[in-house]
Design a protein around this ligand. Structure first.
Ligand code: SAM
Length: 368
């Protein structure tokens, strides 16, 4: 196949392998810095073509259940960081089960159990959730619960969890340390965690925030190459959105790079990363994220889906809790019920000539 054909012609200063997955870091970097709209049209076209060839027209729906806003970490950018004073919640087990049932009624193929890194969500409790969902529903289960212990990961996998998401956020070691004061201080720990997830048989997802203060084009190109090296099943990228009640949101001056070196946290830059991830990783599952819809409320979701993405993660969390899971302000769809979101997302998906996915929508390796 000829993935990245036009793309390789424009920025093919270093020879590509015939398959788009052979795109080089130099080419990726050149595209990240490209701002001419007519050239970018080639990138969008190639990413959309490869998306169609490799993963088809289905948009897989993964219902997001935000289990808990408690967090023991203190990430400098995150609105639910542990030391921030805010009202916290943890869904009851019955509420989680009701969310999962709602996901089935709405026709979703997967539920994503996401939370702050909350020790109050015990190993046993998460195991009960997984067992319930796997025995009572046809849904696939994705976990996104932060860096948890080996015993927990093994037990949850044995209970039937299918996937695990943990973004490495940035592969720049110095930047990672500065924004994660209490994460052992190194992205390599997270990268090792991702490798472990793969060894345990989880479909594994990572990703980054685009435009974190201090993020250079070079480090972002390395992130995209790392997605391929890790052979990920899922990659989620969204723009960084400053939260005014966090250290980074209050003052980014110590980290931000000079203009021209700092990656901007825009919808354009985010969709470049989506498109390049599609061209580099080919058959990976890529969501069009809520953060992208937040930075561009009008058509951010559509831009993501037409530039390489094939997943949508509608929110199933009961509306009364949504405001309390405020990782950044102005989150798209925060007040909309899951039923209202359903009408909107089906309209948007079909307007692009795409179809809602059926079934769990796992990675289609090597599909032509
Ligand atoms: N605790 C789990 C973890 O760390 O993976 C899941 C919850 S965490 C809040 C989910 C993601 O939110 C993070 O991986 C991060 O990329 C994103 N996030 C947090 N704060 C953000 C911000 N200010 N702007 C954009 N994304 C943000």
């Amino acid at each position: 196949m000829q993935a990245a054909g036009a793309v390789a012609k424009l920025h093919g200063n270093v020879k590509s392998e015939p398959d788009g997955g052979g795109m080089t870091r130099a080419e990726v970097l050149a595209w990240l810095k490209e701002d001419e709209a007519w050239k970018l049209d080639f990138l969008w076209e190639d990413a959309d073509r490869v998306r169609k060839e490799r993963v088809g027209d289905e948009v897989h729906l993964r219902g997001l259940i935000e289990l808990s806003s408690y967090c023991r970490r203190d990430c400098h950018y995150c609105g639910i960081r542990g030391s921030r004073k805010l009202e916290r919640y943890r869904l009851s087990e019955a509420e989680v089960e009701e969310c999962a049932r709602l996901g089935v009624r709405l026709g979703y193929g997967t539920v994503v159990l996401q939370a702050g890194e909350d020790p109050g969500l015990s190993r046993e409790r998460i195991t009960r959730h997984i067992r319930f969902i796997k025995t009572e529903t046809p849904l696939a289960v994705t976990l996104s619960l932060g860096e948890r212990s080996d015993e927990e990961l093994i037990e949850w996998r044995e209970a039937g969890a299918d996937r695990y998401l943990l973004r490495h956020e940035t592969s720049d070691i110095a930047l990672f340390r500065r924004i994660h004061p209490d994460c052992g201080g190194v992205p390599s720990d997270r990268i090792e965690f991702l490798r472990k997830l793969k060894r345990l048989g989880y479909e594994t997802g990572s990703g980054v925030m685009v435009g974190i203060p201090g993020q250079s084009y070079e480090s972002l190109a390395s992130d995209i190459m790392l997605f391929r090296e890790l052979d990920l099943e899922m990659v989620g990228v969204g723009p960084y959105l400053a939260h005014p009640d966090t250290p980074l949101g209050r003052d980014a001056s110590a980290l931000a790079l000079p203009p021209g070196e700092q990656v901007p946290a825009t919808d354009l830059m985010t969709t470049k990363v989506v498109a390049l991830t599609r061209l580099v990783c080919l058959d990976v599952n890529i969501p069009s994220t809520t953060a992208l819809a937040t930075v561009n409320n009008e058509n951010g979701r559509e831009l993501g889906l037409s530039r390489g993405a094939n997943v949508w993660m509608p929110n199933l969390t009961p509306v009364k809790y949504r405001k309390l899971y405020e990782i950044y302000p102005g989150k798209a769809c925060v007040g909309d019920t899951a039923e209202a979101c359903q009408v909107c997302l089906l309209r948007r998906i079909t307007s692009l000539g795409r179809v809602p996915g059926k079934g769990p929508g796992g990675r289609r390796r090597g599909a032509e």
